[in-house]
Ligand binder design. Structure first.
Ligand SMILES: Nc1ncnc2c1ncn2[C@@H]1O[C@H](COP(=O)(O)OP(=O)(O)OP(=O)(O)O)[C@@H](O)[C@H]1O
Length: 259
């Protein structure tokens, strides 16, 4: 999604809190609508996502993937409809247990280590525990040797790896990623995929937007295919890739241009 101001009612982002990855509960969406100037950008009648799977969100440009992520994270307030996680309506309480990684990493003007220390501070961990967790994450994303370097001097791929490490620092129940590896070097993309898979194995629900078919095949348990703001289909990954049921997904997978 290109960077632009969002004129919709935006919910104030809440900082994530440290807690164990207790089951987040299934994501349920009902009659979800987002409209602006009389134009419907999102219209999803019903969708339920398993709380333990890696859900890949695909669809052509402008299908509504980024808006969907922001709506289920509670960063955008829908014009109508419902989003809930388990029994809890989407809002500050659910958002505080989730992390969102954007296509363009947003980092603090601190050192690499300082970016992670910042989110871990005041979360009930001892200094030693904080350092241990931070260094393990930095090692996982190949940045331990650059701990003291200013984050702004990292390459694009390194910055995104740091953004992911920071998102994982509080062990979110839900990890939302908006094309995190678009235009990254293969080594960074691989590290990001592996870290996401590890987080999933540890119990984090993952919702991952990508245009990369290879990546989708590697990661997906299930695929949500969005088209013109609606869900064209939602199926288990194997079924989706072996024969999508919607015309739009079939065209997309065959490399045809889908409008
Ligand atoms: N703030 C806004 N005001 C008006 N229209 C918007 C706004 N944000 C997004 N849109 C429109 O909503 C539609 C969906 O946008 P979104 O960014 O969710 O698409 P996307 O599927 O993520 O696309 P891409 O793959 O190109 O990133 C697009 O037509 C976009 O132009």
């Amino acid at each position: 999604m290109p960077e632009r101001a969002i004129p919709f009612a935006s919910a104030r982002p809440a900082p994530p809190t440290a807690r164990s990855r207790a089951h987040p509960g299934a994501l349920r969406v009902a009659d979800l609508t987002l409209e602006t100037s009389g134009k419907r950008l999102i219209g999803i009648e019903k969708l339920a996502l398993d709380p333990a799977s890696v859900s890949i969100v695909m669809g052509p440009n402008g299908a509504g993937k980024s808006l969907f992520l922001r709506l289920v994270h509670g960063l955008l307030v829908p014009s109508a409809g419902w989003v809930s996680w388990g029994e809890v309506p989407c809002g500050e309480a659910t958002r505080s247990t989730q992390a969102l990684v954007f296509q363009k990493p947003v980092l603090l003007r601190r050192s690499v280590a300082g970016n992670i220390d910042f989110v871990l501070r005041g979360r009930g961990l001892t200094r030693a525990e904080r350092r241990e967790r931070r260094d393990a994450l930095l090692e996982r994303v190949g940045l331990l040797g650059q701990s003291r370097q200013p984050a702004r001097l990292l390459s694009g791929g390194e910055q995104q790896r740091l953004a992911l490490a920071r998102a994982l620092a509080l062990r979110p129940q839900v990890l939302l990623l908006d094309e995190p590896t678009a235009s990254l070097d293969p080594a960074s993309a691989l590290m990001i995929e592996q870290s996401v898979q590890e987080a999933s194995r540890a119990g984090t629900k993952v919702i991952f937007v990508t245009h990369d078919l290879g990546q989708a095949r590697r990661l997906a348990d299930d695929v949500v295919f969005l088209h013109r703001g609606g869900v064209a289909e939602h199926r288990a990954a194997q079924e989706f890739f072996s024969g999508p049921s919607s015309e739009a997904a079939l065209a997309y997978l065959s490399g045809r241009i889908v409008l």
